[in-house]
Design a protein around this ligand. Structure first.
Ligand code: ADP
Ligand code: ADP
Length: 225
């Protein structure tokens, strides 16, 4: 079944710059897809549409069977966990626990359910013992994993990550890749890290100048790069 469907999406920024042209693709249940392309290709613009941060101007987006339209935004945001490139954009509470609990508290869950979701999310990123730590003081690699936990605690069906390995040292990068491998959710991951794409993503979407210029098997698309 289809988890994310983007149909004929076009988008122009307020200054008139056309950042997306007729973008269409579908991501199935459990599928992990890489999104590559040069700077300015439109990857971030596309990603920001998937949970309603940028409004759909032309075309349609569905998450599960929900249309991504304003009246569904709060449900869509729980279903699609968006992880920004800079974890500091996502971590703003005094402790790791509070950051990871923020989504489930906002969803109106009971304290016991919130605790359960936080335990689950921190276990998934191998950071359970970090709950009482100050998010702000962690290393970049640790912050990235906590940022992922802040969306896992919402019980999403899909994860959308912007440049998850950018700025990580080799050990933190390796730990992030192993984490992405273990997560069961469908994924769309914008990245310039082609070795990671080859290792982890069977399918790659290539964007250039706001359009999808290729979508298919990573082995075929990246065979000689
Ligand atoms: P990528 O993530 O692939 O680097 P972006 O989605 O950030 O690409 O950008 C796509 C295009 O939209 C680029 O040409 C960029 O300059 C332009 N763009 C991005 N943000 C804005 C904005 N706020 N206003 C106008 N143009 C923008
Ligand atoms: P950084 O290098 O940015 O400090 P890392 O991602 O390398 O961050 O790891 C941060 C901490 O989390 C380290 O103490 C490491 O031992 C621990 N850690 C990393 N990956 C795992 C894992 N898969 N399981 C358990 N602990 C881990």
């Amino acid at each position: 079944s289809c988890v994310i469907e983007v149909k004929n999406l076009s988008y122009a920024y307020p200054d008139g710059h056309q950042a997306l042209h007729d973008v269409s693709f579908r991501i199935s249940h459990g599928e992990k897809v890489a999104l590559i392309g040069p700077n300015g290709a439109g990857k971030s613009t596309l990603i920001l549409h998937l949970n309603g941060i940028l409004p759909v101007q032309q075309g349609e987006i569905f998450v599960g069977d929900l249309a991504v339209v304003p009246k569904n935004f709060s449900r869509v945001r729980a279903l699609v966990g968006l992880v920004f490139q800079t974890p500091d954009d996502q971590l703003f509470s005094p402790t790791v626990f509070d950051d990871v609990a923020f989504g489930p508290i906002y969803q109106g869950l009971s304290p016991a359910q919130v605790q359960e979701r936080v335990d689950y999310a921190l276990s998934m990123v191998h950071m359970r013992e970090y709950a009482p730590r100050v998010s702000h003081h962690l290393s970049v690699g640790e912050k990235k994993r906590i940022a992922i936990a802040t969306v896992l605690s919402m019980n999403p069906i899909a994860l959308v990550l912007d440049e998850p390995t950018a700025g990580l040292d080799p050990r933190a990068r390796r730990s992030l890749i192993e984490l992405l491998r273990q997560l069961p959710q469908s994924m769309l991951v914008a990245t310039h890290d082609l070795p990671m794409v080859r290792e982890l993503f069977p399918r790659t979407i290539v964007m250039d100048q706001g359009r999808i210029v290729a979508d298919g098997s990573t082995d075929v698309l990246l065979h000689d790069e």
